[in-house]
Design a binder for this molecule. Structure first.
Ligand SMILES: Cc1ncc(C[n+]2csc(CCOP(=O)(O)OP(=O)(O)O)c2C)c(N)n1
Ligand code: SF4
Length: 424
């Protein structure tokens, strides 16, 4: 039977896995609290518990191992809407890996609930010990019993400042217990104890969950802190960074009818990213959709600098560039960084500084002395040259960006115009 929150009753877990019980009772608890599926943002972690995503009718986000709480925290900061319910599903493995994220969310008392699926081991990868495995418990990395005790995630979260924490056994109907956590304002965490039938039960035959819990020394129970939730502490909201960017209005046209990928590359400190930015903004001003990505070594002043630009008359859904349509190379560093991709081009155009050795390529080769305007301006001149030769964007649209951004004084415009006037 499906529920408003679960689109199937064929949950993807091994027979008897406690993860199924948690998923079903989460649905039940949310129904009891009158949440609608799209009021709920479920963030899942890596692990067996995380494969529930496809069964959920809620919003879903799947995070890296241990990082789901950080994602949930980001969503909580971003939504700041107590009517939306953010729930993070995480395993004991992810809890170990992302412990600090949990502490931080508890310390700030962010509006969210973390459900720790504690089956005492890493389920998906074959039953290894986690930081929550209790002393004496057998796993595939401790066949003679874990020599260490596990973290008390409830005590840690409570001490860090969580509004509500509980440790419960993952048996029978746990929906009311989950509902208490889901209904808490601020940060709540429920540690649900279970045994993974595929590894935990096999490796620990004849042991019962209640006895394992007892021997771990960690009590079943609930703990709370009377605190305001994070939203109540908020002062002035920070301005949206995007809102500060000047709007680019369409003032030009482009003949581009299909997506085109372009690489601009040269040496760090030679205006490569600036030049690519000019193309991108001029293209937006010409009615195109644009993505731009920069890459350069961490030592930003030496080595290559490469910009990847996608231009398209329609929305762009993937910004990666494998084999580019066009390439502009203004220095040896840029050539070395892109040689493989240039060699793989069967068509397209390569604009390359005439001082450089031309690599083997199927692209049409267009050589020009871009460095004649000075090394620091070679890339800016090269994009003007590119505009002139291809007509994809006009040189006027590039001049307009420079004007609008007040860059005319910082660039040798006269030199560039002079050099352009000599281009045939
Ligand atoms: C960063 C990272 N490290 C390791 C892995 C490999 N990995 C995938 S699932 C898993 C174990 C998950 O165990 P747990 O978090 O306890 O969840 P369970 O499978 O028990 O639900 C691991 C280590 C990964 N996907 N990503
Ligand atoms: S391997 Fe263990 S944790 Fe994973 S689905 Fe099967 S029983 Fe559940």
């Amino acid at each position: 039977m499906t529920t408003p929150f679960l689109n199937t009753d064929a949950l993807p877990y091994c027979k008897g896995c406690g993860h199924s019980l948690i998923a079903k009772n989460t649905s039940k608890a949310l129904e009891k609290l009158n949440y609608k599926p799209l009021d709920v943002i479920m963030v899942t972690d890596i692990g067996c518990h995380g494969i529930i995503d496809k069964c959920l009718n809620t919003h879903t986000v799947h995070g890296l191992h241990g990082r789901s709480v950080a994602l949930g925290a980001g969503i909580s900061f971003g939504t700041e809407n107590p009517d939306k319910k953010i729930i993070v599903f995480i395993g004991d493995g992810g809890t170990t890996i992302g412990l600090q994220h949990i502490m931080e969310a508890a310390r700030l008392n962010l509006n969210m609930t973390v459900v720790v699926h504690n089956n005492y081991l890493y389920g998906m990868t074959g039953g290894q010990t986690s930081g929550l495995t209790p002393v004496g418990f057998n796993t595939t990395t401790s066949y003679e019993g874990n020599p260490f005790g596990g973290y008390d995630i409830c005590a840690l979260s409570h001490t860090a400042g969580a509004a509500y924490v509980s440790r419960i056994l993952g048996i029978c109907d746990i929906s009311d217990k989950l509902a208490v956590a889901f209904g808490t304002k601020g940060f709540s965490l429920v540690e649900v104890l279970e045994i993974c039938p595929s590894y935990g039960i096999k490796l620990n035959p004849r042991r019962k969950l209640a006895e394992i819990v007892e021997s771990s020394g960690m009590k079943i129970g609930e703990w709370s802190n009377q605190r305001e939730e994070y939203v109540k502490y908020q002062g002035k909201k920070t301005d949206d960074l995007l809102a500060r960017l000047p709007e680019i209005r369409k003032g030009f046209n482009s003949y581009l009818k299909a997506p085109m990928s372009l690489i601009v590359s040269g040496s760090a400190g030679e205006g490569v990213q600036l030049a690519a930015g000019l193309i991108s903004k001029a293209a937006i001003g010409s009615g195109l959709h644009v993505t731009q990505k920069g890459s350069y070594p961490v030592t930003v002043g030496v080595g290559f600098s490469t910009a990847e630009v996608n231009l398209s008359p329609d929305s762009i859904h993937f910004h990666g560039i494998n084999i580019p349509d066009m390439v502009i190379i203004t220095s040896e560093d840029g050539l070395a960084h892109n040689r493989k991709r240039i060699e793989n081009m069967a068509t397209g155009k390569l604009f390359i500084d005439s001082s450089l050795e031309v690599p083997e390529t199927g692209a049409e080769i267009i050589q020009h002395d871009f460095r004649s305007v000075g090394a620091r301006n070679a890339s800016v001149f090269a994009v003007f040259y590119f505009a002139l030769k291809t007509g994809i964007i006009s040189t006027e649209s590039l001049f307009k960006v420079i004007e609008d951004e007040g860059k005319a004084d910082k660039l040798p415009m006269a030199k560039i115009k002079d050099a352009l006037s000599m281009v045939k």
